[in-house]
Ligand binder design. Structure first.
Ligand SMILES: [Zn+2]
Length: 228
């Protein structure tokens, strides 16, 4: 299949397995996409406690850490429910109470499992700085810094994530418009700038815990996240 997408950014590209796979950059008025950085490598059935999904891996050939897509059986809605979740090993896998990532992942997967939709799991750990730097930032936070100043003290951006791969994956799946499950206004704007129409934002309501109350407050007050 050759995915095509005419969204706000008005760009077209093919990404299917038989597409000519050669990385190159294309630019449009609103988007500059690294074409060919991701392609679908394999799909498999994945029954889970939160629903039955088809799991696909997207990346480069022989990629050990591909991006992952979990697709519920029915995504018939004209504008499907979509969660774009950036990897957080400590939260997603070990249920860390330093952040709300694990709860957001579980909540969105449960809703997608019931309603249909797509979860895109992007391998950009620690808001894009990687696990080692994230753990260093945790130590700085334990010394009194907040999540943003800790990242900056280590020489990183407060948020180094990119959603280009997600836009390419959505294009490959022929999904030009989404109902996006997020509390993050920057993610909505980023997707729009990449040509994906965000028809609705679906909030994820996560209760604060003593360990992550400060983290969530910085997300709300400084990063502009919509938190109840
Ligand atoms: Zn997290």
């Amino acid at each position: 299949m050759t995915g095509s997408l005419v969204g706000a950014g008005h760009f077209l590209f093919g990404l299917g397995p038989e597409a000519n796979y050669s990385p190159r950059r294309i630019s449009t008025a609103t988007a500059s996409i690294t074409f060919g950085l991701v392609k679908k490598l394999v799909s498999s059935r994945l029954p889970t406690a939160l629903g039955n999904f088809t799991m696909s891996a997207y990346g480069k050939e022989a990629d050990f850490f591909p991006h992952v897509v979990l697709q519920a059986p029915s995504i018939d809605a004209a504008v499907p429910l979509v969660r774009i979740h950036s990897e957080c090993m400590t939260g997603d896998l070990f249920h860390s109470s330093r952040c709300d990532c694990g709860e957001q992942l579980d909540q969105s997967l449960e809703q997608i499992g019931k309603e249909g939709g797509v979860l895109i799991y992007l391998r950009q750990e620690g808001r894009g700085i990687g696990l080692v730097e994230k753990l260093k930032a945790y130590n700085l936070q334990d010394d009194g810094m907040d999540t943003i100043t800790a990242n900056e003290a280590l020489g990183h951006q407060s948020d180094a994530r990119s959603y280009e791969a997600a836009a390419l994956i959505l294009a490959d799946m022929d999904i030009p418009a989404v109902r996006l499950m997020t509390n993050n206004p920057l993610k909505v704007e980023s997707l729009k700038s990449l040509g994906i129409e965000v028809s609705h934002r679906v909030p994820l309501v996560i209760a604060a815990q003593p360990e992550n109350a400060g983290y969530l407050e910085v997300k709300r007050a400084v990063m502009g996240h919509y938190l109840g």
